[in-house]
Design a protein around this ligand. Sequence first.
Ligand code: UT7
Length: 329
Amino acid sequence: MLTGIGSWLPERVVTNDQLSQVLDTSDEWIRTRTGISQRFHAATGESTSDLAVEAGRRALKSAGDDHVDALILATTTPDYPCPATAPDIAARLGLSGIAAFDIAAVCTGFVYALSAAAGLIAAGTAERVMVIGADVYSTILNPVDRSTAVIFGDAAGAVVLRAGRPDELGALGPMVLGSDGENHRLIEIPGGGARQRSNGQPSEPDDEYFRMAGPEVFRHAIVRMSEAASRAMELARWLPGDVDRFAAHQANARILTSVLERVGLPATCQLSNVARVGNTSAASIPLLLDECAADGRLEAGQGVLLSAFGGGLTWGATTLRWPALTTVH
Ligand code: UT7
């Protein structure tokens, strides 16, 4: 069950007008096609672990814990291709010695990591687990690709889970996870991995950047996120009336509206911060939950539905009844 939450945004705000000065785009296009007004970018030299440590520290404080038995980081932007970034984050949180590993499921990473954490707890391997979603997309975006540069922002969000009873506030419901590898190239960084290296050829400069087939991904995101959310409700035996808040991956405001309609939920359920932070990939859901818990949009006892979609393609969803949490801001 969920016992602590925290998040962290870098200081630098990048507005649509600022992007319009360097790209062939406009504030009007970005707002109407994505719902995004601004996003945050890490400072030069600031990386995923730096944001993750700040979010993790706040989640520990929120949980009133100074120890967990395992730390899972969901990210697409690890500090290095090797080793995983989670052990360094654990060490910097004073948790050296615990199990620590990364999960790569792009924007679905947080939900995959939640499920892995719940599994570690259910198996008795760990009593308390920290899950962090953190991404610094500003380091992998092609600065001249207007279709991706306007969407993504940098952030980290973290939660602490502990063993508990299914009827306690904060208990996670059944997990829905899925993937469609036939479409793995719709979201990709083509260079820098074993596929490109095994050719013995250096990658082209643009191959090191993130690419997305926007309109196709848009369609998959709506179908997969709504199907996963509906399935999670079915497995939890929830009807639409049991959902007080819907925390979907903040991909694009138009996607969020369509998914909400398909799942059959009223607009009052929708939690969103995409206008202020953009699409923050693996950080998106924990950052949203932390902000909403802090400003009162989320209250103890409410039924919360989570759903995410990302590269792979991957998707995942679950339910939980929101616990009484202290937030740290
Ligand atoms: O995080 C998990 C996965 N990600 C997502 O779920 C994101 C899914 N995709 C999207 O959110 C949208 O597809 C985008 C925001 C990426 C693009 O929006 P769209 O409404 O699908 O636009 P489009 O790609 O169909 O492009 C429409 C037009 C094109 O111009 P033409 O060919 O009609 O003349 C684009 O070149 O808009 C143009 N365009 C832009 N114009 C101004 C594309 N990006 C921009 C831009 N500024 N930033």
